[in-house]
Ligand binder design. Structure first.
Ligand code: PNS
Length: 167
């Protein structure tokens, strides 16, 4: 039987840290579904469709791309996971500071659907300090994020944030 995990997040935008985590998840699961979900606490820079396109483009040459699906998710994460007959959510952990938020979400998801488990994967050390938020902050202030996000994402970020500055 093939195993499926759902990797949810805002991915606003996808970073090399997300891709590192995806690769680690693919060592444990046959298929990983990247689910672009709504985080009510965040105002995204990119639309869900733009984030979808950036992820697809970033993975278009990836050797494991056939084992990855990208989906847009509107409702409750656990309902989506159940609709796929999957039972695992994967999330990345960088530092202790991630823990409280992740712990709360995992336990709420467990309360909502006790059949679904959350598996935490440690991000690679190279990416431990990276987040979509800090990447946007650096680009907004004119800094270089080459090597920290896929090339196409760096380009899109520069276009979007320099446009915002000139408005
Ligand atoms: O990358 P993020 O923003 O930390 O991801 C958070 C996300 C999108 C996974 C979370 O907000 C989520 O699961 N949203 C979908 C709606 C849902 O099920 N919310 C309850 C989570 S306890």
């Amino acid at each position: 039987m093939s195993s499926v995990a759902v990797y949810p997040g805002s991915f606003d935008p996808i970073t090399n840290g997300h891709i590192d985590l995806l690769e680690r998840a693919l060592k444990m699961f046959d298929t990983v579904i990247i689910a672009i979900a709504v985080n009510v606490g965040k105002e995204p820079l990119f639309s869900a469709n733009e984030r979808y396109e950036m992820i697809k483009e970033s993975l278009s040459d990836h050797p494991l791309r056939d084992r990855v699906k990208v989906e847009l998710l509107n409702g409750l994460l656990v309902d989506y996971v159940q609709s796929l007959n999957a039972t695992t959510i994967v999330r990345g952990l960088r530092a202790v500071s991630d823990f409280e938020y992740e712990f709360q979400m995992a336990l709420m998801n467990r309360k909502l659907n006790p059949e679904i488990e959350t598996a935490f994967i440690m991000t690679g050390m190279r990416w431990i300090y990276i987040s979509s938020r800090i990447i946007k902050e650096v680009v907004r202030s004119g800094g270089d994020v080459a090597g920290l996000v896929p090339d196409g994402v760096a380009k899109k970020l520069t276009e979007r944030l320099s446009l915002k500055k000139s408005l």
